[in-house]
Design a protein around this ligand. Sequence first.
Ligand code: ATR
Length: 277
Amino acid sequence: MTLALGLIGYPIGHSLSPWIHGQFMDKLGIDGEYRLYETTKANLGETVKLLKSKQVDGFNVTVPYKQDIMEYLDELDPDAEKIGAVNTVVSKNGTWKGYNTDGQGYVRSVKSDFPDVFRPENKVLLLGAGGAARGIYRALVQENFASIDIANRTIDRAKSFLELKENHIETTILSFEEAESMLEHYDFLVQTTSVGMKPNIDSKIIALNKLKHDAVVSDIVYQPLVTSLLQEAKVRGGRIHQGYAMLLYQAELAFEIWTNETVGLDGLLNKLELRLR
Ligand code: ATR
């Protein structure tokens, strides 16, 4: 099988996706290519035409086109439609279907490290309500938790997430101050804002003074590999989940959609961590 894959986005020169999908192809003995299609907004339509004419098997979509790509697709996975963003497109018999693997990939990455956190009595706190948080919230509400609260600087943005909610989940929208003051209630914290990202490595979205012992604290920021928030969580007896794993799991899910094969990430997590050091 010769697979033709790629990535649309801007800028994408430093993307890890060609390396990740190259590793997957090597692991499964699949022959193929994963090309970068760096595209300005004005050229998006042209790039889409090019991918159609090349009859690619599929492609990923990243910032800033996860919404814009949707108008070129023939079909949408219901979750991608709800989230309003697509990061994976598969071509079948000339028709294109869009998926969003970010949230499901994220959930898979946490499950593999901390399966015990997925319990019906557990309470989750989502920090941030941007594009990444939207996919993650949609994936989390399909799990069995008691509640998933959302704290964000812009409260209205968090409120818009309520349309993604499932009935069995309670969600309260909070300010960061409110979230901080009731932190001892939460078993699982998910940090999705850009606060703490290089070069602002000393900033933290909230203080963890009231962190519950044994809570899992997850930060999707992966540069630095261990953010200030995660460092504090460790000191306070929390268990930490680092963001780089999500890169591999969302890619693994995309690769499954394209090939119907599950890669298995053993070995690759360490390899990726070394690349990011
Ligand atoms: P992404 O696609 O990476 O999620 P995004 O959609 O721009 O990026 O979302 C960024 C998130 O980080 C948002 O939750 C944003 O808060 P607002 O919705 O209030 O803008 C949050 N964020 C970014 N900088 C922040 C800061 N200095 N303080 C608090 N939150 C911040």
